[in-house]
Design a protein around this ligand. Sequence first.
Ligand code: CA
Length: 225
Amino acid sequence: MTARIVVIEDDPSVAELVTLYLRNADFIVEHARTASEARKAMGDVKPALVVLDLGLPDADGLELFREIRSHADTPVLALTARAEDVQKIEALEQGMDDYLTKPFNPKELVARVRAVLRRVAGMPGGGRTLEVGNVRVDPARHEVFVAERAVTLRAKEFELLEAFCRQPGIVLTRDRLLEDVWGFAYPGETRTVDVHVKQLRDKLSGADAKIETVWGVGYKLVAPG
Ligand code: CA
């Protein structure tokens, strides 16, 4: 399992322990010490899961949780100290995926992370792997493979590829892609789509499914003959 996890934790000893155990369990871990670092880490590449300490120096943990949820349905496992029990309960009511109370056994954290990821993968629509030719997209784990080679994509590249793989052979206009992937109408900015398609083509070298340009209209993903 090579899912990427963002650990948001200001306590260096807890962060070190969590990072160490998750890395030993073959996760790719990115550590953020503050909410502002977390926003940067989240914006770059969508993680498969977030471990979130509710007591951060520069933000209310629950506020940050709501913020994460407003962008994406990324699963969140909360860490809380005893004094934050009230917050913990609130958090669960708001759909936190799981939580641990400090101090906790890091082995248990790894087990909980795996359980959450398995649960998310089993959800309707969430875990269905998309395959076009030798390109495989796993939306639940946020993984892409060309043949058996893992490909690392940035968030928008991933969403773009997912959009193509959900409708292979169908022409998707630039406006449609802007709306689906960037989430809002973005008139006159269709060049953004072109730039991302180019990056995606470069990263998908070796793929037998091709993103073809349909002149004057948009793009379509063509499966091999
Ligand atoms: Ca803390």
